[in-house]
Write a protein that binds this ligand. Structure first.
Ligand SMILES: [Zn+2]
Ligand SMILES: [Zn+2]
Length: 217
């Protein structure tokens, strides 16, 4: 699997190009301010992007959607429950004292059936809590259990997503982490929306927020 990650100031939000080394089909996940770097990786690998897939609609994860859509002309996917955030990208930017332009419309709302690129399969899991329409994109060879999880801002190495933004809810987030993500297996590699990769097993064993929650429940 081709996997390229880019992140730039001010949010240091991870954007990903995930590609099939045999067919050179690929997907683009969460293009933000680093979209030029991601488009550069797409050119370097000579991959054909099939979809722009969003883990959720917070500002930092969507500021590059317009440029990506212009360059690639492929459909943009989002969970319907985050449409209210996507429709308010300009307001989100104002909250951070920044400016943004409204990205192009969402083309497809995830219906939680698998998507495919090259020899790979994407299973979409709804993981609300950080925001209502958060998803985890589970990717692996078609027909096998995907071992790469693109979780957006639901779970980080040693931390969890914030729940103080509109539509956030702590109990919902912890259920998404411990019931949806943890069910995907300890060996699965977690690619968070910010910061370094981790694994489900490591977070289950050492994440202080998870341990606190499990001790109380
Ligand atoms: Zn977020
Ligand atoms: Zn983020």
């Amino acid at each position: 699997m081709i996997l390229e990650t880019r992140a730039v100031a001010p949010f240091y939000k991870n954007g990903f190009v995930v590609g099939c080394e045999r067919t050179h089909e690929a997907i683009l996940i969460d293009p933000g301010d680093e979209v030029d770097e991601l488009l550069g990786a797409i050119r370097d690998y000579e991959v054909n992007v099939r979809y722009i897939l969003l883990t959720h609609a917070h500002l930092d994860h969507v500021t590059g959607v317009g440029a990506a859509k212009s360059a690639l002309d492929v459909p943009v996917y989002l969970h319907h429950d985050d449409l209210f955030l996507y429709d308010r990208v300009v307001e989100q930017a104002t909250m951070f004292g920044m400016k943004a332009v409204q990205p192009p419309p969402v083309d497809v709302f995830y219906d939680l059936t698998p998507l495919y690129f090259g020899d790979y399969e994407i299973n979409v899991h709804h993981t609300p809590g950080h925001c209502p329409g958060g998803v985890c994109l589970q990717i692996g060879a078609t027909g096998k259990t995907g071992q790469d999880l693109f979780v957006g801002d639901t779970l980080f190495a040693g931390s969890i997503g914030r729940t103080d933004l509109p539509g956030g809810d702590y109990a919902t987030l912890m259920r998404s982490i411990t019931q949806v993500l943890f069910a995907l297996g300890d060996a699965a590699v977690v690619h968070p929306g910010h910061g370094p990769d981790t694994t489900i097993g490591r977070e289950r064993a050492t994440n202080p927020f998870v341990l606190e929650y499990l001790a109380k429940s």
